[in-house]
Design a protein around this ligand. Structure first.
Ligand code: GCV
Length: 723
């Protein structure tokens, strides 16, 4: 057979197209919420073409260069044609992107108050008229504001929002908006469910994975301005020169996106890498060692953010090893960083094997007495609830109880106790619940959000941290909808008063489609997903029922671990008389750590919100709930409700099929099937186990478990990820 040159060429073209196509499919999700495919809407497209006809971009710094690059990338993609960008200003321009200091004074004058409001990081997007010409103005006081303004503009375009009469003045309400990576130097990620760590320490500093920049873009696009690269269960090696060079290389990639790097500081580093025989924070040599280390770090990374420290918690070393306090430890490090404007973020996630009181009380007990004693470059980072990132916890009582100490909110974006990256759980719903909680520390309207953004006590600095769910998986987060948790964390760190519903809608439109027939039903899946997981894992205030170590699946029966508070039986306290943890004055009295108004509500089972009932009360199995159900029936029905909610999520997801690609559809469909299977597993295992105490039958409407209790108890997961 004779094959012509033309046939060979066609063969190669077809092969190339097939490869390209399969690549495109396997890269599904890599773009996150930043995909810029051409806008086809016939109404909005001409409007955008008009506004972007001639763009004046006032460049002049690395951050501005990034902003220009992002603008070009976005507009080229969305409009399907190269953008027309100039670096000289004229009245023929249809868009100006320029800092305030570079704008004509007469232009700026009418918006003086807006510029005062936006501070260092805010921006203005305004439609203005100059000599009868309509111009879309993107402006800010500083370079970083321009970058944020550009990302906002592109997001508006992706959501097909009209620019007619646009007038946006936006500024972050929280200063430090940071990701905490629990990434180890061997690239495993503690509680990570999306592959390995992005940081390729072996090849750094020479090899710069292009993904580092994509990571920075994604973060900057939602306003994240800080990243802690390493696990709080820290390794001192990262503070050695060889690693600092690698950290510096990452810092260089992130800098043009306005992101500072932070590291976790292992308290015993002076011993492990400094050759000293103590890490006592009051020891002269130790102080000198840290001062010296800080100097070294800042020489290599001049804008280094600072240290995040987990001390005297879960086996990590700390000042208490030397009879010193958290204040001694934090202030010693703060003194070392202070000459360089570095910050110390000291975690309040502590509970001790020597303290036999309720674990939920311990962080408050240890930290609140130190209020006002930390140096002003110390922030104390507190988890959202008093135990540990459970599907639902009441807010941590420390919020509002330390008026003289800036408190950073620590949320978990990764899903350690929430079905890993197999379950669709939209976490901004959880974040919103915590942020909106009333502390009553300064009367009504003293919410956790007001503590965090510094407005309640006039704090000098404010912060929100999220434990990242990012890894080397192609779609970054394992579950495609887990991207929404990263996105939503960033949005709430920017503005803790946003509604989770608005965030869900934004994310869906930016990631998938603007079609309301897609957005509305899928948004309802996201919004109900958090309550679903609470119901099928830990309803009515139950908590920490997860199997031990890996925290995957149910293990309410676990009772043989060396520390009492590591056992689920410690938390549910089920016996033949009832279930729940008594945290009222007749029990551990943890309620006394809240303001009296809140304590009063929590103390009485009649007024305690039912979602926290068994968190605060030990109640008999036949205790009557408000709706007349007895407690046993209510627990069982809640487990069933959780399973039913996942079933409902699956049937709603079917409606999404016509609006997205088959790959996008099938990936989520398969994951939802896992979620349904596991929701049933949770229901069956927990109900069979609790039934051994209640001795009661399952109420009508609750499906009978397929297996017996022994089966569920026998399941082992030695290779569950994230350990
Ligand atoms: C990084 C929980 C997790 C640990 C985590 C710890 C913490 O206990 O299970 O993996 O350690 O919280 O937040 O320090």
């Amino acid at each position: 057979m004779n094959i012509s040159a033309a046939q060979v060429k066609i063969f190669y073209i077809i092969t190339f197209l097939v490869i390209m196509n399969s690549n495109a499919q396997s890269l599904e999700g890599y773009d996150l919420w930043l995909g810029y495919s051409k806008i086809e809407d016939p109404v909005i497209l001409p409007e955008y073409q008009r506004h972007t006809k001639s763009i004046f971009f006032n460049n002049g710094s690395a951050v501005l260069e990034t902003a220009q690059k992002e603008l070009v990338r976005g507009i080229d993609g969305l409009l399907g044609q190269p953008s027309n960008i100039h670096n000289s200003q004229s009245l023929l321009n249809t868009m100006w992107v320029s800092k305030k200091m570079d704008l004509d004074k007469d232009i700026v004058k009418p918006f003086k108050a807006d510029f005062e409001q936006i501070g260092k990081e805010g921006f203005i997007i305004k439609s203005i008229t100059v000599n009868d010409n309509s111009i879309l103005l993107i402006t800010a006081n500083e370079d970083i504001g321009i970058l944020y303004g550009v990302f906002k503009l592109l997001q508006l375009m992706k959501m097909h929002k009209s620019f007619e009469g646009i007038n946006i003045v936006d500024v972050p309400k929280i200063e430090l908006r940071m990701l905490n990576h629990w990434d180890n130097l061997d690239r495993t990620v503690e509680r990570g469910y999306a592959g390995f760590s992005l940081w390729n320490w072996q090849k750094l500093p020479e090899y710069i994975d292009p993904r580092y920049e994509d990571y920075a873009r994604a973060n900057a696009s939602i306003g994240i301005n800080a990243t802690v690269l390493t696990n709080v269960n820290a390794n001192s090696l990262v503070l050695t020169s060889a690693y600092l060079d690698k950290v510096a290389a990452l810092a260089e990639v992130f800098r043009p996106y306005g992101i500072k790097v932070y590291l976790t500081a292992r308290f015993s580093a002076p011993i492990e890498i400094g050759g000293l025989n103590t890490a006592d924070p009051l020891d002269k040599d130790v102080i000198e060692w840290w001062n010296d280390r800080a100097k070294k770090i800042y020489k290599i990374i001049p804008d280094f953010g600072g240290f995040l420290v987990k001390a005297n918690s879960e086996g990590q070393p700390g000042p208490q090893n030397y009879g010193r306090t958290h204040v001694d430890g934090a202030n010693m490090l703060a003194n070392a960083l202070r000459p360089f404007n570095g910050m110390v973020i000291w975690r309040a996630f502590v509970y001790s094997e020597l303290d036999t009181t309720d674990r939920a009380k311990q962080a408050f007990t240890e930290f609140v007495p130190y209020d006002g004693n930390f140096l002003d470059n110390v922030l104390v980072q507190v988890k959202n609830g008093p135990i540990d990132f459970q599907p639902r916890e009441p807010f941590h009582p420390t919020f509002g109880a330390m008026p003289n100490t800036p408190l950073v909110m620590e949320f978990q974006i990764t899903q350690e106790y929430l079905g890993f990256s197999s379950h669709l759980v939209f976490l901004p719903k959880l974040y919103e619940e915590v942020l909106d909680a009333e502390t009553y520390r300064k009367g009504k309207k003293s919410t956790v959000a007001q503590v965090i953004d510094g407005s309640l006590f006039n704090s000098k600095i404010s912060g929100m941290a999220g434990v990242a769910n990012i890894g080397t998986d192609l779609n970054w987060t394992g579950h495609p909808f887990a991207q929404a948790n990263w996105y939503g964390f960033g949005r709430l760190a920017w503005n803790p008063y946003l509604s989770s519903e608005a965030i869900a809608e934004e994310w869906l439109r930016l990631t998938y489609s603007n079609n309301s027939e897609f957005v509305e039903p899928v948004k309802s899946i996201m919004i109900s997903s958090r309550e679903a997981v609470v119901n099928y894992m830990t309803p009515l205030g139950l908590h920490h029922l997860m199997d031990t170590g890996h925290h995957y699946g149910p293990g309410p029966w676990v009772s043989d671990l060396s520390r009492p508070e590591w056992n689920p039986t410690y938390y549910h306290q089920a016996d033949k008389d009832g279930i729940g943890f008594d945290r009222t004055p007749s029990g551990s009295n943890a309620t006394s750590q809240y303001s009296s108004e809140i304590a009063e509500i929590f103390n009485a089972p009649e007024t305690c919100p039912e979602e926290y009932l068994l968190w605060f009360h030990h109640l008999p199995w036949d205790y009557k709930l408000k709706n007349g159900e007895i407690l046993w029936d209510a627990v069982a029905l809640k487990y069933q409700e959780g399973v039913d909610q996942v079933g409902e999520m699956i049937s709603i997801w079917k409606q999404a099929k016509t609006y997205i690609s088959d790959d996008q559809y099938n990936e989520v469909r398969m994951l939802l099937e896992i979620q349904l299977k596991e929701a049933k597993w949770w229901r069956n295992a927990c109900l069979l186990y609790f039934q051994t105490f209640s001795g009661k039958k399952l109420p009508p409407g609750v499906e009978l478990p397929e297996e017996n209790l022994e089966f569920y108890r026998s399941l082992k997961f030695p290779y569950a990820p994230g350990n």
